[in-house]
Each structure stands twice: as structure tokens, then as C-alpha cells.
Design a protein around this ligand. Structure first.
Ligand code: BT5
Length: 319
């Protein structure tokens, strides 16, 4: 019911809808409508109420609304189903729960995550309303060994979209970070379920610091946000729409052509590591190497200090 009322308010595009009209349409009492409105307000929606005219949804940049996203979506498969939450443990966790029955391309977004996750069980700070905490369910017919290419497609789309929408000079720190001025503005977490030769589904989670003004002490010095870089607020909706559109273009190119060519063009152009000397962290051990290339499979070719060359498939590096 809450969803239906919200949709009705949204389709009136900022104009008033009377309680009577709503109660007739949905066959519930006006008191029930009033209670639903109060609940929506508690969830953060700005709904103006006047005695004579009824209710009006004020669209603000403060809150992501499914209908508003869907109205401007320019994709065929990614985001045909969108679920927006006020608070959730983790959008990746939620995707896992629904993945079996979810349609390919389902997008889950939450205003906050209470247990946002990074790789290897690390924590991902996801404060309310400040970032884009979003996951996509994918069901491609590709072998599991190719699954990690989705991280590259996601990284390329987020980086390109940030540049297009905000003009912030974002770079890709292989394999799963987007950085600005050496600090992390986005992290990507790709998870996979399936058998040895077949993927059941993939979940690509993106955490983007958009309007954060500050960070917990532990992340100061390593994290930044688009607002901090740009000096003004960024509209999350516009950025999400651009990310989904770019993701779909790169994804479809990869699925149809079987190559990462388009993605790699972006990854190489905006690489934060190509040609640089990096530290490769392998458990307790740390070795230095110079990045020679990102090959056609998206692997990192590194020249180690002892003269050997190594191909990194994924993992932990620092610049
Ligand atoms: C990542 O892991 O960078 C992947 C982050 C993925 C988050 C998204 S949000 C939507 C979806 N749902 C989830 O639950 N997760 C995904 P990793 O490379 O392991 O980096 C984690 C490290 O980044 C932490 O150990 C912190 O040091 C740092 N960190 C945590 N929160 C941060 C933030 N908001 N901004 C920048 N750095 C952060």
C-alpha cells in the first residue's frame, strides 16, 4: 500500500492529491491514508499536507525515490526492477536473499547500510543519505572464471559517470577502487554464486561517497567524497542514472562481443596504477613492482624488483 500511495503522489508531479481521492482509489479509509502518509514522512519523504487540498510529494535531492529513478532510466535490462530501502544491513546481502527469483539487472539501493561490507569481511561505512550504496543482480551465461570482469565493468562505469556528471578527476585503482587525489571515493564488491562451470548469479555492489562532509576517524586520510572534492552537493539520482546507463553499455558490449575492449579503454585511460611502482600485499608479505600493463583480460602485469614478471588476477595493492 505504501508503495502504491508513493507512486500515486509521484505521478501527480508535485501537485496535491486529496485524501478522499486516495481512499477511494485504494479502497481504504482516509485515516489509513493519513497513517501511511505519516509513516512515509517518518521514512524521510517530504510530504506537504494542507487541510483542503490533501497531500503533495516534494521531490528533494535528499531521498532516492524508485519512481523518480525509473522515469529517467535509459536502460533496457539494468534497473528494470529497482528496490529502494531506507535502511538495510547490506544491499549485497539483500540481493543474495532475492537473487534466485530476481530478474537479471535488478538494482537494490539503500539510504544507509548498517553492516555495509568490503572485501574479506571488512567494514564499509555507509551513512544515511550521504552516498550511493547500490547492488546489481546479474545472471549472465559466462563461465565463473569470467565473473571478476564485472568488477572491471563496474569500476569503469562509476569512474566515467563521476567524470561526466561531476567533472571530478576520478581514477581507477585496480581492481576495485575509484580514487580522487589518492583517496578512496568508491569501492566495489563483486560476489558470485554457482557451480564449477556455471554462474547462478553475480552481485555487483558499489559504495560511492557522494555527499559525505566528513569520515570516521579511522578513514580520515584514506577516504574522500565527491562533495569534498567538488565543494558542492551532488545529485545522487543523476549520478545513479548515468552509472546504470554506462554499466549497461559496457556490459552488453562484453556479453555480445566477448571482449572487455570498451571497458579496458576506460580502465587504461583513467588508471591510477599504470606505469607506477606499487606494493603488492600477499598475506603478511609485501613486495614491490612496476605496473607494465593491464592486459586484454583485465589482469595486471607487474615487473617485480627481482626481475620476474607476474600477472595479478585480483588482490590487494597500494600505491
Ligand atoms: C571495498 O572493499 O572497497 C568494497 C566496498 C563495497 C561497498 C558496497 S556498498 C553496496 C554494497 N553492499 C555492501 O555491503 N557492500 C557493497 P575493500 O577493498 O575491502 O575496502 C574496504 C576498506 O575501505 C575498509 O577496510 C576501510 O579501510 C575502507 N573504507 C570503509 N568504508 C569506506 C568508505 N565509505 N569510503 C572509503 N573507504 C572506506
Amino acid at each position: 500500500m505504501k508503495e502504491k500511495i508513493l507512486k500515486e503522489l509521484y505521478t501527480h508531479q508535485g501537485k496535491y492529491v486529496s485524501g478522499e481521492e486516495l481512499s477511494e482509489k485504494f479502497q481504504v479509509s482516509r485515516t489509513a491514508i493519513w497513517k501511511h502518509m505519516n509513516n512515509l514522512k517518518k521514512q524521510g519523504y517530504t510530504i506537504e499536507t494542507t487541510h483542503k487540498k490533501g497531500y503533495r510529494l516534494v521531490e528533494t535531492t535528499e531521498k532516492l525515490i524508485k519512481e523518480a529513478l525509473k522515469e529517467h532510466l535509459e536502460t533496457e535490462e539494468i534497473g528494470q526492477e529497482i528496490l529502494c530501502f531506507d535502511s538495510i544491513d547490506s544491499t549485497n546481502n539483500y540481493c543474495k536473499k532475492i537473487a534466485k527469483d530476481a530478474v537479471h539487472g535488478t538494482v537494490v539501493i539503500s539510504e544507509e547500510q548498517t553492516v555495509g561490507r568490503g572485501r574479506l569481511g571488512r567494514n564499509w561505512s555507509s551513512p544515511k543519505g550521504e552516498g550511493i550504496w547500490m547492488s546489481i543482480v546479474l545472471k549472465p551465461s559466462i563461465p565463473p572464471t569470467e565473473g571478476m570482469k564485472m568488477t572491471q565493468i563496474a569500476a569503469a562505469s562509476v569512474c566515467k559517470a563521476i567524470r561526466e556528471i561531476t567533472d571530478v578527476e576520478a581514477y581507477i585503482k585496480w581492481p576495485n577502487d575509484i580514487v580522487v587525489g589518492g583517496k578512496k571515493v568508491c569501492g566495489i564488491l563483486t560476489e558470485m554464486a554457482g557451480e564449477l562451470h556455471k554462474i547462478d548469479y553475480l552481485i555487483v555492489g558499489m559504495g560511492i561517497n557522494v555527499n559525505n562532509q566528513e569520515f570516521p576517524e579511522e578513514f580520515q586520510g584514506i577516504a574522500t567524497s565527491l562533495t569534498i572534492q567538488k565543494g558542492k552537493k551532488i545529485d545522487r539520482k543523476t549520478l545513479i542514472l548515468c552509472i546504470l546507463k554506462t554499466f549497461e553499455e559496457l556490459y552488453q558490449h562484453y556479453i555480445c562481443q566477448g571482449t572487455l575492449e570498451k571497458t579496458l579503454e576506460i580502465i587504461r585511460l583513467y588508471s591510477a596504477v599504470l606505469g607506477k611502482t606499487i606494493r603488492i600485499i600477499k598475506g603478511e608479505e609485501e613486495i614491490k613492482g612496476k605496473v607494465l600493463e593491464i592486459n586484454d583480460e583485465g589482469l595486471l602485469k607487474v615487473q617485480l624488483e627481482d626481475g620476474r614478471q607476474e600477472m595479478l588476477i585480483s588482490g590487494e595493492i597500494s600505491i
